[in-house]
Write a protein that binds this ligand. Sequence first.
Ligand code: PSU
Ligand code: MN
Length: 301
Amino acid sequence: MLVVSDEVQAALARRRPVVALESTIIAHGLPRPRNLRVALELEEAVRAEGAVPATIAVLDGRPHVGLGKDQLERVAGEDGIRKLGHRDLPLAVAAGASGATTVSATALLAARAGLRVFATGGLGGVHREWTLTQDESADLGLLARTRITVVCAGVKSILDVAATLQRLETLGVAVAGYDTSRFPGFYLSDSGHDVDWTLRTPDEVAAVMRAQDALAGPESALVVANPVPEAEQLEPALHARVLDEALRECAARGVRGQAVTPFLLDHLMRHTEGASLEANLAAVRGNVRLAARIAAAWARQ
Ligand code: PSU
Ligand code: MN
């Protein structure tokens, strides 16, 4: 069912480091045509660290782990490319549809292919006004049931971060700050919340992964929360002001379900003259680089 690229298969067979990359950020989180350049740049950043990138997406009903350039072009530029959470995978496969995979769908496919390390921007989570909308990203539930290490810049700051951290605790998902005792805030280096555990090197992360396997508890994930460098974060006051507007606009227009996250990210980008985009990219780049180093440490185990 899975189409694993030759390069990724060869790397797995030789126990070389591999990093899974998600495609929703490319198709629905970044503007065209810059998104294609970013997709290529992220793959290059993984290679520069000596690891093999495996961008994941569904094309014509087939889940792919590792995309060629023409396939990345389709994800970045094809009209009508869908956004697929893990629940959408069987529907897309049976329909022969094409779609970009969110954190939940990417983590599931990566784990099925035997990949252990995954990089993204910010996780989905509990949306503000959850009591009215019941909008909690499927990312959280999937990470409670999937053995994978996700390197992210925390959870998206458009969310209710405190509620999301609580849900991760309730669901039993391990969370550690990378070189920080503060939980990062996606566009911001610091969400304003503490994190209970700090890991300071890729080898320390790999040791936790090994302990997870040795303990043989529920097949849950490890979230490595890696802050965007302070010099590259979005200015906090600007972030607060524009996010407020974005949330009001989202409610006023009745945007719902899968459309909420792309709507908010796009609104922030347009109303910060692209500054939110640069902060988002800086966060993703840092995560991809760290994920490649963690994959290398894991491959040495
Ligand atoms: N990180 C980014 N940009 C994004 C996302 C993550 O920097 O667009 C995507 C991820 O695919 C994540 C999804 O899984 O947003 C969450 O969407 P939702 O809230 O609909 O579950
Ligand atoms: Mn949602």
